[in-house]
Design a protein around this ligand. Structure first.
Ligand code: GTP
Ligand code: MG
Length: 376
């Protein structure tokens, strides 16, 4: 954050590809690479997934959220040496594997390790995620078994990997030295993150949530703000969501559990179906493409594009909603920025007794998040 060149937020520079965090999505043929991207970041309904079609060439998808990203959807036969950007410029590599494909997963594991190793040698800070996809298609027992088996196979493959075969890509390392290879092996085992995913449930958004959190330099600062807000307002949990994708960008990290997370994500996606109703509120509240806001306001002659807050009316109301889920559980939502919404879970009696104070504290949280965005 400290090395920002100016006080202009990175979000304002969305027209500049170099400002985006690049995420390379690759994997075996028909593993579900395009489905993983399109259902979350391009509003493709799950029912249309079977019709996505074969990816013939690399497709770059720009997406603006707390950090502007560029997802690269790759065809199955793509050659890592033919990327039109240096491999080291990617901050994250997501490898998608089809959990159902018992017959080919050894080949996929071999390819995954090779690709990941190339990524590591090009950029030792690169983050690696393996989506073990189509999980819902298998029974629960079989699913767990395959998931562990694929992770075990990955570790074995990393152990047996001929590191010296990649010496040409590592001029500063001696890959014939077993100590060096051991260090790389230990690093990879610790750094490669696995997630079971499916387009049919929230697991896919959860996996993307970890990927996005991995590239958010400001994550600890946002988490600290959320924790402070949640504690001082007497609430159970709070989540900062990217509205258009439904991906959680940060939480207060207390009593985190998957069932609650699932409930909150489900609530958000259902609630957002009514987003149009709120279109008369803050200017961009009802829009699904925050990028359009930024691009529409690009300054002339390459001048800095305007960010949404340049013309913000701080008094204008944003989208907000509260629902009693259980007799003593209430869920409340406030839109924060054109892209972000805060969702909190709290006891219904707390909501009734302290609503005024919560909304008062919220203005500070909102200012805090805004300040962080402006500094990045
Ligand atoms: N059961 C199940 N099927 C899925 C899921 N995601 C994708 N599929 C199916 O997997 C097939 C391939 O999906 P794509 O997203 O096109 O896969 P891809 O890796 O982009 O494929 P190529 O671009 O051809 O390499 C399609 O028939 C989808 O219907 C999932 O979560 N569960
Ligand atoms: Mg594809």
């Amino acid at each position: 954050m400290a090395q920002a060149e100016s006080s202009r937020p990175r979000q304002a520079s969305t027209s500049d590809d170099n400002q985006r965090q690049k995420i390379l999505v690759t994997g075996w043929r028909k593993a579900g690479k395009s489905s993983c991207i399109k259902t979350v970041f391009q509003h493709v309904p799950v029912k249309d997934v079977p019709y996505i079609g074969i990816t013939q060439k690399i497709e770059k998808i720009n997406y603006d959220t707390i950090v502007p990203i560029q997802l690269w959807d790759t065809p199955s036969n793509f050659d890592i040496d033919q990327l039109d950007a240096p491999l080291g410029s990617f901050s994250t590599l997501v490898y998608v594997m089809d959990m159902q494909q018992d017959d080919s997963y050894h080949d996929a594991v071999r390819q995954a390790v090779h690709t990941i190793m190339r990524g590591y040698l090009a950029n030792p800070a690169m983050k690696f995620s393996v989506f073990i996809h189509k999980a819902e298609a298998l029974s629960e027992d079989y699913r767990g078994e395959n998931y562990s088996e694929i992770q075990r196979a990955m570790t074995e493959e990393l152990e047996d990997f001929q590191y010296s075969s990649l010496q040409a890509y590592a001029p500063h390392l001696d890959l014939s030295d077993s100590g060096v290879c051991n260090n790389i092996f230990n690093h990879m085992v610790a750094e490669i993150k696995f997630d079971m995913t499916s387009v049919h449930d929230v697991s896919l958004r959860d996996a993307w949530s970890k990927v996005l959190q991995g590239i958010m330099e400001m994550l600890p600062a946002v988490e600290a703000l959320l924790l402070n807000f949640t504690e001082t307002s007497g609430m159970d949990n709070s989540y900062l969501f990217d509205i258009a994708s439904g991906v959680v960008l940060a939480t207060d990290n207390r009593h985190r559990n998957d069932a609650t997370m699932e409930q909150v994500t489900e609530y958000l996606s259902r609630f957002l179906q009514f987003r149009e109703i709120y279109r008369h509120l803050a200017p961009s509240a009802a829009k699904s493409s925050p990028k359009a806001d930024l691009e529409a306001s690009d300054g002339p002659d390459g001048a800095q594009p305007k960010a949404w807050w340049d013309d913000e009316d701080t008094e204008a109301p944003w989208m907000t909603q509260a629902t009693r889920l259980l007799p003593n559980t209430t869920i409340a939502l406030w839109q924060f920025t054109p892209q972000l919404a805060l969702v909190v879970l709290l006891r219904t009696d707390t909501w009734h007794a302290r609503r005024g104070m919560i909304e008062y504290n919220l203005t500070f949280l909102r200012q805090g998040v805004r300040r962080i965005l402006m500094e990045v």
